[in-house]
Ligand binder design. Structure first.
Ligand code: FE
Length: 345
């Protein structure tokens, strides 16, 4: 499908005013340009389904969130980006601050996606979630010994915790949530207590913390749910060795709920195909897309009643922290400074 400039696009809309039905059909076709920092094979399935359903073809540009943000900034007003997709509310917030998004109004998105997974002005929306949980060694820890994120700063955990480094957005967002709930002062005391309980200097990603658990280097690891699910879903027996001794614990069930983060998207500021961009976002909130988009990475769908993968479902339902995810971005800079002062490397 030929690319229409915004000028020729509005000229087309005007010239067909007398025939609204035809105009609508013309507007419904065309293309949508997606800048995505998500790279899962199932995303391709999603694109195919969207085109089949709407006739709108999809062009995808992939990169890291930082690369794509830089690209949109350099392209300026002539950016072809229609939809910007990335993981973590911290990254979505940074993209918003960089001017990547324009606010979107959609009754369908408002209805289907819980309000706490929207940026309040509609700059971006969460389409799947991940919980940041404790994965623990059942031989060393009883579930009743664990309670909250806050409790991990207690000296009883000395030398027992496995957590990745502070330069990772997932831990920054976790700390941002603690700032939001407990205030900056308590959050800093918490970070210092947590660091004092580390089993080793932080290294590797969430999967490496779980592997260290298997190797007996610690008792409790902090990880996003999908990493553990991904390990459990492996078809190679050697990759699953030792995982039978591990289990998931959802913290803060007695108060605000477990910290969850999103994978999300919004309409780009200079989107040349804005209607198609909104159509794509609305498509992602549909039942089939929800199952594919979240299931591809063992995440949780955001739309109530959508199917969850069997491994993730086996952990049962849990209470989620319902603070608006934009708070994770708003508190990000403070979280990074606190981590620095707490010597969280
Ligand atoms: Fe991840």
């Amino acid at each position: 499908m030929r690319h229409l400039s915004r000028r020729s696009f509005s000229a087309l809309a005007l010239s067909t005013l007398a025939a609204p039905f035809v105009a609508r059909r013309a507007l419904a076709a065309g293309e949508v340009n997606i800048y995505s920092a998500r790279h899962y094979p199932a995303d391709e399935t999603l694109y195919g389904l969207f085109t089949k359903e709407t006739g709108i073809s999809i062009n995808v540009i992939q990169g890291t969130a930082e690369e794509l943000m830089e690209r949109v900034k350099l392209e300026g007003e002539s950016s072809p980006a229609d939809v910007f997709v990335t993981v973590d509310a911290g990254n979505l917030w940074r993209a918003q601050e960089a001017g990547v998004f324009q606010p979107t109004k959609s009754a369908l998105l408002d209805e289907k996606i819980p309000a706490h997974y929207h940026e309040p002005d509609g700059h971006w929306f969460g389409f799947s979630t991940r919980a940041r949980v404790f994965v623990y060694d059942k031989r060393k820890v009883k579930p009743e010994e664990m309670s909250t994120y806050e409790d991990l700063a207690d000296p009883k955990w000395k030398g027992r915790l496995l957590v990745r480094s502070s330069n990772n957005i997932y831990n920054q967002s976790l700390l941002a949530s603690i700032i939001e709930h407990d205030g900056a002062e308590k959050a800093e005391a918490w970070a210092k207590g947590l660091v004092a309980n580390f089993a080793r200097d932080p290294k590797g990603g969430d999967i490496d913390q779980i592997k260290a658990l298997v190797a007996g280097e610690g008792d409790v690891a902090i990880s996003n749910t999908y990493y553990f699910a991904r390990m459990l879903s492996s078809t190679k027996e050697e990759e699953k060795k030792g995982l039978e001794n591990l289990a998931v614990f959802f913290p803060n069930q007695g108060d605000r709920g477990t910290h969850v983060n999103i994978s999300g998207a919004g309409v780009a500021t200079y989107a040349p195909n804005k209607d198609n961009a909104i159509a794509y976002l609305e498509f992602m909130a549909g039942a089939q897309a929800q199952e594919i988009f979240s299931g591809a990475n063992f995440e949780y769908p955001v739309v109530a009643g959508s199917k969850v993968s069997d491994i993730v479902a086996s952990w049962g339902d849990f209470k989620r922290d319902e603070v608006n995810v934009s708070a994770l971005g708003r508190n990000n800079a403070e979280a990074v400074m606190i981590m620095d002062r707490a010597d969280w490397r």
